[in-house]
Unconditional design. Structure first.
Length: 252
């Protein structure tokens, strides 16, 4: 996980071969458990769910946290909360990658100002679960590797959800736009430095069957192998700045 490296030219910066599954605007991100200035205060912006991670881009160019990357392999204890009073939200923890600009872990809460928490949460848990069950992880996240090489406008297919992976397709929802705004997705020539749902093979497991059964029956399901919980619904042309450069450079 890295600070201020997933944005470019007032848009999102993704790796070669990484695809956007869902995009939504008007979300609020809240962090706790870290004293760094980047994690202070509520942050409004855009959210992207890709085949490899979740990305938050801040809409405030003066905030010290301009973008935040959540590779699936760094996330844990992610849950969809449905309080009896108040709006639904997503919570979890993310661990720092070595050389990612910070250390330890931070808790996060994700609120959707215009709805869609359930739909997004289910899609994120499914994508993360597919990735984690497809690959072996160590206790330590892989070292952070900054995007390298030139970056360019992403091809039109990167703006549209893929046909599906292993029989799973992100569900359509009125809460999310069909695609990010034009001229807002940029891509490096570097492949993703961590696994995603479109890399490597995948064999359905017993946990997949249990999760599907839970979804059909309307009951909750917790996967002890991935520590993910499924909760069914209730009724400029500058390149990406390095972490050090981002302290002095404003989000264009």
């Amino acid at each position: 996980m890295s600070l201020n490296t997933a944005h470019a030219n007032n848009g999102v910066l993704i790796y070669s071969g990484e695809c956007i599954l869902l995009y939504c605007d008007h979300v609020m991100m809240e962090f706790s458990g870290q004293d760094r200035p980047e994690f202070k205060g509520d942050k409004a912006g855009r959210l992207y769910l890709t085949t490899h991670r979740m990305i938050f881009n801040n809409s405030n160019p003066n905030d010290p946290l301009l973008s935040f990357s959540f590779p699936f392999c760094t996330m844990k204890n992610v849950e969809l909360e449905q309080p009896m009073f108040g709006a639904n939200y997503i919570k979890g923890k993310v661990r720092a990658q070595p050389n990612g600009g910070w250390i330890g872990e931070v808790k996060f809460k994700l609120h959707f100002k215009r709805g869609g928490a359930i739909e997004y949460g289910q899609a994120m848990l499914q994508a993360a679960g597919l990735t984690k069950r497809s690959h072996q992880y160590t206790d330590e996240p892989p070292a952070y590797q900054p995007p390298s090489g030139p970056w360019h406008d992403a091809a039109p297919p990167m703006y549209s959800p893929p046909a599906g992976y292993y029989g799973w397709v992100p569900p359509p929802s009125d809460a999310f736009a069909n695609a990010p705004p034009a001229n807002s997705v940029f891509m490096t020539d570097m492949p993703p430095p961590y696994p995603g749902i479109n890399t490597g093979g995948y064999t359905p497991s017993t946990n997949d069957a249990k999760a599907a059964e839970a979804a059909a029956s309307g009951t909750a399901y917790y996967d002890p192998n991935t520590h993910y919980a499924y909760v069914p619904p209730a009724y400029s042309n500058d390149g990406p700045p390095s972490y050090e450069e981002s302290k002095e450079k404003k989000y264009k």
